[in-house]
Design a protein around this ligand. Structure first.
Ligand code: AMP
Ligand code: MG
Length: 428
C-alpha cells in the first residue's frame, strides 16, 4: 500500500498552521517602518493615507453659535404661555450666513436668520419660518406657545472643541476625516510614508502581457494574471508598487530577482513556486538568501505561504493559484502593509448571514468561499455561494461580493444555518 503524505487534498492535517496564529506570527516581526518615517502631504493628496501623528484642534467647530434652520431668532423669554396664546415680535433685521446682524435683539424683538447665520446677541432660540405668521410685509412675526426653548441652534464647539484630540495617530483618512481636517483649517498632514512593495510572478508556464500580448499561447502556457491582480490590489493600498515582471523557474533568475527586490523594497510579494513541486526554485533560493518560513496554512484556498525577512525587507511568497493569491493578499499582505504603516484598523469587519446554499466542507481548515450577500424581503442578511470554488477560478471572485468565512471546526453548512461573511465593500 502507498503511504500518502499530507497534501492540499487532506481536510485536516495536525501540522497545519491556523490562520489566526499565522497572523500573530506575522505581526510580531513586522517593522513599523512607514509609520516611523512620516512625510507631510497636502490635504488634497491625503486620501487613504495613515496619520502618523495625532491631530489636535486649534479652534472650536462650529466656531460661532449659529442657526440650524431658516427662521427667526428670538429670546426664549418672549415665548408666550398657553394662556397668552400668541405674541407679535418686531423684526429687527437679518442675520445671513457670513453676514452677522450687528445690533443686539431686545425683548419683544426677533431677527430674520438663515441657516448658518450667527445667533445675534440676545437670542437663544430659532423658530422655523414654517411656524410663524409673517405680518406687515415681514416687519413683524407672530409666534405661539408651541415654540421650544433653545431649538434649532448649533452651539460653538458642538462638533469639535478647541484643544481636543480629533484623530489619534493611525487613523486612516477617508472622505469624512478629510472633511473634518479641512473644517479645522488644516491644509497639510503628517502621514506614514508610502511603503515600497516589489512584486513578481514566478513560473516557466507564464507568458507576460508585457512581451506576449495578443500572441497565441503554446500548449502548456498561460498568461500571467497574478501580477495584474496584484498590481490592482496594491493600487488600492497607497503604496509605491514596483513591478518586477515574470521570473523564470531557474535558480539564477530567481536569485537575481530576490536579491534586487530586497534591496529596493520594504516588502517583496511573489506568487507561485512556494509549494513543494520540483520546479519551485523560490524555496531553494530563499533559504539561501533570507530567514523565511514555509508554512502550510490551515486555510483554503491558500495552503502554502512563505513569510519572513529577506535582508531588511519583509517577504510574502503567495501561492500561484489566482484566487489563492487574492485571498492570501487580503488576509495577510493587506493587514501587514497597514500594520507597517501604523494603521489602527487592519481587518475588515465580519457580519453574520443566513446561508441559502449547501456549502461542502470538512473540518480542519478555515475556508474562504466566495458568496453573494444581500437582504431578503424580511430585511435579513442572506448569502449564497457563487458555485464551484476552485482556487484557479478567478471568475468566482468577481461573481462574489463577499467571502464566506468558515472556521476550521465547521463541517458542511446546510441551508438555513448562520455563517460569517467578510464583505468586499471597503476591502477591494
Ligand atoms: P505554483 O504554486 O507555482 O505551483 O502554481 C500553482 C498554480 O497557479 C499553477 O496552476 C500555476 O500555473 C498557476 N499560476 C502560477 N502563477 C500564476 C500567474 N502568475 N498567473 C496565473 N496563474 C498562475
Ligand atoms: Mg510554479
Amino acid at each position: 500500500m502507498i503511504e500518502k503524505a499530507p497534501s492540499c487534498e487532506d481536510p485536516s492535517d495536525p501540522g497545519l498552521l491556523p490562520v489566526a496564529e499565522a497572523l500573530q506570527r506575522i505581526e510580531k516581526v513586522l517593522p513599523q517602518s512607514a509609520f516611523n518615517q512620516p512625510e507631510t502631504v497636502d490635504l488634497k493628496a491625503a486620501l487613504d493615507r495613515i496619520l502618523a501623528r495625532a491631530v489636535h484642534s486649534a479652534i472650536d467647530v462650529p466656531s460661532y453659535t449659529n442657526s440650524a434652520m431658516d427662521g427667526y431668532a428670538i429670546n426664549s423669554n418672549d415665548i408666550p404661555t398657553a394662556a397668552q396664546g400668541e405674541k407679535t415680535l418686531v423684526v429687527k433685521g437679518t442675520a445671513w450666513a457670513g453676514r452677522p446682524l450687528q445690533e443686539p435683539v431686545l425683548a419683544g424683538e426677533a431677527a430674520r436668520i438663515m441657516t448658518g447665520g450667527m445667533m445675534p446677541e440676545g437670542t437663544d432660540t430659532v423658530v422655523i419660518q414654517e411656524h410663524v405668521s409673517v405680518l406687515e410685509e415681514g416687519t413683524k412675526v407672530c409666534i405661539d406657545a408651541t415654540v421650544e426653548v433653545g431649538r434649532n441652534v448649533r452651539f460653538s464647539g458642538e462638533d469639535v472643541e478647541q484643544g481636543q484630540v480629533v484623530f489619534e495617530a493611525g487613523e486612516k483618512l477617508g472622505p469624512a476625516q478629510i472633511g473634518q481636517l479641512a473644517s479645522l483649517g488644516i491644509a497639510e498632514v503628517d502621514v506614514s510614508r508610502k511603503l515600497k512593495v516589489a512584486y513578481f510572478s514566478t513560473g516557466d508556464e507564464l507568458r507576460s502581457l508585457d512581451e506576449h500580448a495578443g500572441q497565441t499561447l503554446a500548449p502548456g502556457e498561460l498568461f500571467d494574471s497574478n501580477r495584474h491582480s496584484m498590481a490592482a490590489m496594491l493600487a488600492h493600498m497607497e503604496v509605491e508598487a514596483i513591478d518586477m515582471g515574470v521570473v523564470r523557474d531557474n535558480e539564477e533568475d530567481t536569485r537575481a530577482a530576490f536579491t534586487r527586490a530586497a534591496e529596493i523594497a520594504d516588502v517583496v510579494v511573489t506568487s507561485g513556486g512556494v509549494s513543494t513541486g520540483e520546479a519551485d526554485y523560490v524555496t531553494k533560493v530563499i533559504h539561501q538568501l533570507g530567514d523565511v518560513a514555509f508554512w502550510k496554512l490551515a486555510m483554503r484556498p491558500g495552503r502554502p505561504l512563505a513569510f519572513g525577512k529577506l535582508g531588511d525587507a519583509v517577504f510574502f511568497g503567495l501561492p500561484g493559484n489566482p484566487v489563492a493569491v487574492m485571498v492570501t493578499f487580503y488576509e495577510f499582505v493587506r493587514p501587514a502593509l497597514l500594520h507597517m504603516s501604523g494603521a489602527r484598523l487592519k481587518q475588515t469587519p465580519l457580519m453574520s448571514a443566513i446561508c441559502q446554499s449547501k456549502l461542502k466542507k470538512s473540518p480542519g481548515r478555515t475556508e474562504y468561499q466566495r458568496g453573494i450577500v444581500s437582504l431578503d424581503t424580511q430585511g435579513q442578511s442572506v448569502v449564497s455561494t457563487t458555485g464551484k470554488q476552485g482556487a484557479g477560478r478567478i471568475s468566482s471572485m468577481y461573481a462574489a461580493n463577499c467571502m464566506i468565512v468558515l472556521p476550521p471546526g465547521s463541517g458542511t453548512v446546510e441551508p438555513g444555518e448562520s455563517v460569517l461573511v467578510q464583505p468586499f465593500f471597503g476591502l477591494i
